[in-house]
Design a protein around this ligand. Structure first.
Ligand code: F6R
Length: 613
């Protein structure tokens, strides 16, 4: 949801900025822009579309050679996708350029104030308002330099921001700040690289300052100063970035989504490592240790998330009730937050999020905490806003997810929720032996996903048969109802095929009217408590001309009599089955998008990490 990169140092920065921007392109790709100060003058170039378009435009107007600059890739919120709305935005008096990720909520009031002061706006964005406000406050004659003007402007702002600002009159100074949107300052040798995430930094340095909300950093080649928006000095927190370059490169795959689907066995081995003790039938989750006592007494679990993470949370809900015997509910964070939820003593809220930056999930978490809930995070991105806000948590450890469609984060989320469930269950009724059985089964998941991945070519051929159909159904029951939702979401978001997921039984209550000759219906039909019932639903679809693609348990020959196509997954205890059954669905969605010629990693209208509510 908008990527930002900025640089100040001792070398021409255009290529470094653009290379960083390409690594962040998954965060937004409507338009891109760059500003560089060169010979004391601000040079700006913007282009609708991908970073490659911006590169072409720069080539045609003459590349910039300055040593301080900033650039941005946009996912539109305020104002359409136009060059004028692309960042950087400039003020109309002082040669100030700004890039911004987030939303300025009170921008309309600020705009009116600035218009009354005579400022003339050229875009419809909230960011231009911030540029003008900084420009309005900038007054070196009165000691208000760029750093002070940024601080003063941010004191007037409500909303979320990660910003980087430069000014023609202070051609060696870069000022950056954050609140609610991520920002990291990489410290290199005689240079600083600022970015929305580590992916744009690690090629140059792994030392970085991580910022807290309301922090402002003034950076020159001579050094940096960290303060709050009220100009209170802050001791910088310098950390080592864990990310390896190879983790953010394609490494022989055609797309990040494909790479991430195939990485799942390795990612899950990493996720589980050191957390399972099969011999003693116990789960080791250091992150929950400090709260073990409160967790023993907990009475109610609310899991909250959006999108794919919500589907994982729903599986968590089923597991926590089924195995740990604690009432649980999974809710859209966006709904939970605004429906005046009741948080009683003994309620724990679990926020599930790959990025740890999803605005809806963050807002729900804040609401739950204000109402007194103990909060846990199931997060992938280390140090993200949600992970910092929760009382405790368990990281996914599946590595960076770059493909916009979430895949390995989903299986990682389910794996971590399984561990949390068993952790809670052992503190209640579950015996060490039963826990050991589940842990043993959990440890087989990576190898079993490896087996499913060997069927990639067959899954592509099956997808090919149906890829021209515009309406698909995904149906499952119990633990695999959320998997059905996830299969439908994957297909629609990258192939633009209309797909609906639902509980298989619900089909009879209306959606069955949609079924016509040849309509694909994907059934999660692995062996489990409701297997017979799923078989009945399959026959209902067939009787109306639908084409059934069944995801079934290896060795189930019977199902071939009912389904047109069968994709097999290895047997596993039912609560763990979504981690296997989802894999053929991920591959089907991937192949459908490729066969239809879509840009798998950058689907239209989408961006990774949705930082607006
Ligand atoms: C779908 C997808 C989204 C995210 C959702 C939450 O493939 O990626 O539905 O799952 O936006 O994102 P996180 O997990 O970052 O909170």
């Amino acid at each position: 949801m908008c990527g930002i990169v900025a640089y100040v140092g001792n070398k021409p920065c255009q290529s470094l900025l653009l290379e960083g921007l390409k690594r962040l392109e998954y965060r937004g790709y409507d338009s891109a822009g760059i500003a560089v100060i060169q010979d004391g003058k601000l040079n700006i170039c913007k282009s609708v579309g991908r970073v490659a378009n911006l590169e072409d435009k720069l080539e045609s107007i003459g590349n910039f050679s300055g040593k301080i600059g900033l650039c941005h890739t946009r996912w539109a919120t305020h104002g359409g996708v136009t060059d004028a709305n692309a960042h950087p935005h400039v003020d109309d008096r002082n040669g100030i350029a700004i890039i911004h990720n987030g939303i300025i909520e009170n921008y309309a009031a600020l705009k009116t104030y600035l218009e009354e002061k005579g400022h003339v706006f050229r875009s419809q964005t909230d960011t231009e308002v911030l540029a003008m406000l900084i420009g309005e406050l900038y007054c070196p004659a009165e000691g208000i330099d760029l750093e002070k003007a940024v601080q003063a402007a941010l004191r007037e702002v409500t909303g979320a921001y990660a910003i980087a600002v430069i000014c023609e009159h202070e051609p060696d100074t870069l000022v950056v700040a954050r609140k609610g949107s991520p920002l990291i300052v990489g410290i290199g040798a005689d240079e600083y690289i600022v970015a929305s995430d580590a992916a744009a930094i690690v090629a140059h340095t792994t030392r970085a300052i991580t910022l807290d909300d309301y922090n402002v950093v003034k950076i020159t080649t001579a050094g940096f100063r960290t303060s709050t928006i009220h100009d209170v000095p802050v001791t910088p927190r310098i950390e080592q970035l864990e990310l390896e370059l190879q983790e953010i490169e394609l490494g022989g795959f055609s797309h990040f989504m494909q790479k991430e689907i195939h990485e799942q066995p390795k990612a899950l081995r990493n996720c589980l490592r050191g957390r399972t003790d099969v011999r003693d039938g116990r789960v080791i989750l250091g992150g929950l240790g400090d709260h073990a006592k409160e967790l023993t007494k907990l009475r109610h679990v609310v899991l909250t998330a959006q999108g794919t993470a919500l589907h994982a949370a729903m599986i968590g809900e089923y597991m926590i009730e089924d195995l740990a015997k604690i009432p649980a509910i999974a809710e859209y964070a966006s709904e939970f937050r605004y429906r005046n939820p009741i948080i009683e003593d003994g309620t724990v809220v679990i926020a599930v999020s790959q990025s740890g930056e999803t605005a809806d999930t963050l807002a729900a978490l804040i609401e739950a905490k204000e109402r007194g809930a103990l909060s846990l995070g199931v997060i992938n991105s280390v140090g993200s806003s949600i992970s910092r806000l929760t009382d405790a948590g368990v990281y996914l450890r599946v590595g960076p997810e770059i493909g916009v469609a979430s895949t390995k984060a989903f299986t990682g989320q389910v794996a971590v929720l399984t561990l949390i469930t068993l952790f809670l269950a052992r503190r209640r009724y579950m015996s060490a032996d039963t826990c050991a059985e589940y842990l043993k089964a959990l440890e087989t998941v990576p190898d079993k996903i490896d087996q499913i991945l060997t069927q990639n070519d067959r899954i592509r051929r099956v997808t090919e048969k149906y890829v021209d159909r515009e309406n698909w159904l995904f149906l499952g029951r119990g633990y695999n109802y959320p998997t059905a939702l996830e299969g439908a979401l994957k297909l629609k978001e990258i192939s633009y095929i209309h797909a609906e997921g639902m509980p298989a039984a619900e089909m009879k209550h209306g959606p069955i009217a949609l079924i016509n000759e040849g309509m694909p219906a994907v059934f999660l039909a692995n062996r489990g408590r409701q297997y017979e019932k799923v078989m009945s639903n399959i026959q209902e679809v067939r009787a109306r001309g639908g084409h059934v693609i069944a995801v079934a348990t290896e060795g189930d020959e019977e199902i071939k009599r009912y389904a047109h196509d069968v994709l097999y997954v290895p047997d596993i205890p039912e609560p763990l089955s979504p981690m296997l059954t989802v894999v053929p669905l991920q591959l089907m969605a991937y192949h459908a998008a490729v066969l239809r010629g879509h840009d798998v990693d950058k689907p239209r209208n989408l961006a990774k990490s949705v930082t607006v509510e």
